[in-house]
Ligand binder design. Structure first.
Ligand code: SF4
Ligand code: SF4
Length: 218
């Protein structure tokens, strides 16, 4: 019988030295996807974390975007990646690195934040970095898993954006070269063209992290 989402990825409350209670994670099924990880984290947060309502503390931080985020956001914003990102994102190119993140207002808050109500105006389509954020401490492997997912998703988005820019000749190459970026380095990866429920965790993390995530007895 097919396991349900939260049987494939286990997340539980654990006490960490010096920092107190937080969460630990284990992957119990090689077919676990990023969506299974998100479902397990949702369930854990519902059981163990106070409601975020009324707090917008993390809505002032850098919020990198991923390609599956763009697919969700495109339900509300029309156009290709160039059109959508020009409305809601900031794109930085520096020292050989491209960073695509949610734009901020002048006061430093997220473009989607209703500051008066401390509410996300686009909660249903919020990016995975917001969906998986928690104020609770967590283990090094939980931290590394989240980073690996977001980094792969952001690389896939940058690849799509470069593709769209090249099709529309929308990006001055001189600008890219001056930032030390090699567009050829951005190629489709395991996230490209997929939703999160189609991306296997085993395909997104390095083997050593996978070993640690699947180790029983932790
Ligand atoms: S995750 Fe933490 S900082 Fe962010 S809104 Fe919830 S309680 Fe506030
Ligand atoms: S998308 Fe929503 S949850 Fe995420 S930082 Fe912006 S306002 Fe906060």
């Amino acid at each position: 019988m097919e396991k349900n989402k939260t049987e494939k990825v286990k997340i539980w409350l654990q006490e960490f030295p010096q920092v107190g209670f937080g969460y630990e994670i284990r992957v119990d099924d090689p077919t676990a996807t990023v969506a299974d990880y998100m479902a397990a984290l949702d369930e854990f947060q519902q059981l163990n974390q106070e409601n975020c309502a009324g707090c917008s503390g993390c809505c002032w931080e850098r919020a990198p975007l991923t390609l599956p985020d763009l697919a969700k956001i495109s339900q509300k914003f029309a156009g290709d990646s160039i059109d959508i990102l020009s409305k809601i994102a900031e794109i930085k190119m520096d020292n050989g690195v491209v960073d695509i993140m949610l734009a901020k207002k002048e006061d430093g808050s997220c473009v989607f934040l209703d500051k008066e109500k401390s509410l996300c105006t686009q909660y249903a389509i919020r990016p995975i970095v917001c969906h998986t954020h928690t104020c609770l401490p967590h283990s090094a492997k939980a931290y590394s898993l989240r980073s690996a997912i977001i980094n792969a998703g952001e690389d896939a988005l940058v690849t799509r954006w470069f593709d769209d820019c090249q099709k529309r000749e929308a990006l001055p190459l001189q600008y890219v070269n001056e930032a030390g970026i090699r567009i050829a380095d951005y190629v489709p990866n395991v996230v490209s063209g997929k939703e999160w429920d189609q991306v296997l965790l085993v395909d997104i993390v390095p083997p050593i992290l996978w070993q640690s995530l699947t180790k029983k007895g932790d």
